[in-house]
Write a protein that binds this ligand. Structure first.
Ligand code: URA
Length: 281
């Protein structure tokens, strides 16, 4: 099946046994889940860094604490047309060691057994590179109006242009190009012809078609949670909520221009998010 006719389910089944990098090998050894995206294509696409412990256990993106903050904001904004995925589909983590180089353990409250402490870590460029073809195809099939990159790592990976730090770059849309499925015939640079002779055979040079999307970088919800108590002007939660609102506005503008759909009333304030939050401020 040519990939422009592929479905997201097919893409998932092509990748769910992947062992292209160490993350996949570890996932298989530990019996963890491959975490593919979920949601509705064609709306806002949220892209995080990679699954954590809870996501790996249940095989769904953003269902732990960071997921609560993301899904809460999306719900309070009244968005139903969205899709959530990650840069890498397998959990990136390693065993924690103490200063003497000994493995660290914690006591499981339920069983009383000592279990190794595993800490999440950002996926290395090698792991990201191995997963990028899956991500690009997922973006192509979801074909979103807007991509929201959650955190600096996701934004840097997705941005076509060079990016500075997330604090400076968040809140500003930028282009993101991905490879398309078609190839476009290219004029040869010297003679300006479509075909040229190569080793006695005629060849038609082509170039890969690129598809351009709009990307909005914002803070990762996990970072926002770590700074949840911060109430200084321009604090991470305030900026994160502002970016979420902007994403909804961009989506609404597109729906109005393309389909004449009038936007719903969308409110998102501290109070909205705090209402459901257990976090102490
Ligand atoms: N953090 C991420 O970046 N992705 C998830 O799916 C969960 C937490």
């Amino acid at each position: 099946v040519p990939d422009h006719q592929k479905t997201l389910e097919q893409l998932k089944s092509e990748w769910e046994d992947c062992e292209k990098c160490e993350l996949g090998v570890r996932r298989k050894q530990e019996g963890g889940a491959f975490v593919f995206g979920e949601g509705q294509p064609g709306g806002i696409m949220f892209i995080g860094e990679g699954p954590g412990r809870v996501e790996e256990e249940f095989g769904r993106p953003f269902i732990g604490d960071s997921g609560d903050l993301l899904r809460n904001a999306v719900m309070k904004l009244g968005l139903s047309h969205y899709y959530i995925t990650n840069i890498v589909s397998c959990r990136s983590c390693s065993q924690a060691y103490d200063s003497e180089g000994q493995p660290r353990f914690r006591k499981n409250k339920r069983t009383g057994l000592n279990v190794p402490i595993i800490k999440d870590e950002p996926p290395s460029p090698l792991f990201i590179a191995a997963c990028l073809p899956r991500l690009y195809e997922e973006v192509y099939l979801v074909d979103p109006v807007l991509i929201v990159a959650l955190g600096g790592e996701a934004a840097k990976t997705l941005s076509t242009e060079r990016m500075g730090g997330i604090t400076a770059e968040r809140g500003n849309t930028r282009p993101m190009d991905i490879p398309g499925v078609f190839h476009t015939a290219k004029l040869t640079p010297k003679k300006r012809v479509w075909r040229r002779k190569q080793k006695g055979e005629y060849v038609t040079p082509t170039e890969e078609n690129r598809v351009s999307y709009l990307m909005l970088p914002t803070f990762h919800p996990a970072y926002v949670l770590r700074r949840f108590a911060d109430r200084s002007p321009g604090n991470p939660l305030e900026m994160y909520l502002k970016d979420m609102k902007l994403a909804a506005e961009i989506y609404d503008r597109y729906m109005l221009e393309a389909f004449g759909t009038h936007p719903a009333e969308r409110n998102l304030s501290y109070e909205d998010v705090m209402e459901d939050s257990n976090a102490t401020v």
